[in-house]
Design a protein around this ligand. Structure first.
Ligand code: NAP
Length: 210
């Protein structure tokens, strides 16, 4: 199958990239990024793009499935507006272009607690992204909702580090839904769902990725 991956330089995206390259079911992988990818592979194409001005005519929008692992934080982005631009607008822009080119399946990393009516801005944006994606008419839509993501992170926030350490320690005692979601598990769930392309909307909750 032909896979299109957005966010290949991120914690989850790097895992999807590695797993997809090792997976014989994936014949070609296109991973558009804003900075060059270190990986090279005969089945990988990694065009450099500007997410504010995506190349609408690129033939690689036509794939069998898209996996979107784009995302930022309000702190990194500098404002709520900039955060929303990445986590909502870029995800929707990618989805619209893929849909317009006939791609039938879309899988995205959302977040546990995503809800368009949430009083918390982050979860509201994630919920709005999910809701807007659902209107685009993909035959198969997968919403993965991890809790705290475990993985190698250069800029790991102090609070996240403490949270991750506590969750790791308490891991076996916690209900599955509250445990850390290791990035390889999230990547595998996304990849399997994208390849399978099951009809309808599927939510993968954090318990299934712990
Ligand atoms: N961290 C958590 O514990 C947690 C929990 C639940 C859900 N999530 C969600 O899971 C998703 C993936 O998380 P992650 O930890 O893998 O994220 P990450 O490591 O920060 O990676 C984010 C990806 O998005 C790209 N990106 C960010 N800002 C961009 C911009 N302005 N223009 C173009 N590309 C941009 C990054 O590209 P560059 O490498 O070029 O920056 C990178 O490829 C996110 O949507 C996040 O909200 C995270």
């Amino acid at each position: 199958m032909r896979l299109l991956l957005l966010g290949a330089t991120g914690v989850v995206g790097r895992e999807v990239l590695a797993q997809a390259l090792a997976d014989a079911r994936v014949e070609t992988l296109v991973a558009p990024t804003r900075r060059p990818l270190a990986a090279t592979d005969p089945k990988l194409t990694a065009p450099l793009v500007r997410f504010d001005d995506l190349p609408a005519d690129a033939d690689w929008w036509r794939a069998d499935a898209v996996i979107c692992t784009l995302g930022t934080t309000i702190k990194k982005a500098g404002s709520r507006e900039n955060f929303r631009r990445v986590d909502h607008d870029y995800a929707l822009a990618v989805a619209r272009l893929a849909r317009a080119h006939g791609t039938p399946a879309f899988a995205i990393v959302s977040a546990r607690g995503a809800n368009p009516r949430s009083a918390l801005f982050y979860f509201k944006v994630k919920g709005e992204t999910e809701a807007d994606l659902a209107t685009l008419g993909f035959a198969s839509l997968t919403l993965a909702r991890p809790g705290l993501i475990g993985g190698e992170r250069e800029d790991m926030r102090r609070r996240e580090q403490i949270g991750a350490a506590i969750l790791k320690l308490l891991g076996p005692l916690l209900p599955r839904a509250l445990r850390i979601n290791p990035s390889p598990r999230i990547a595998k769930a996304l990849l399997d769902a994208a390849i399978e392309g099951r009809a309808g909307t599927r939510v993968i909750d954090s318990a299934e990725m712990s």
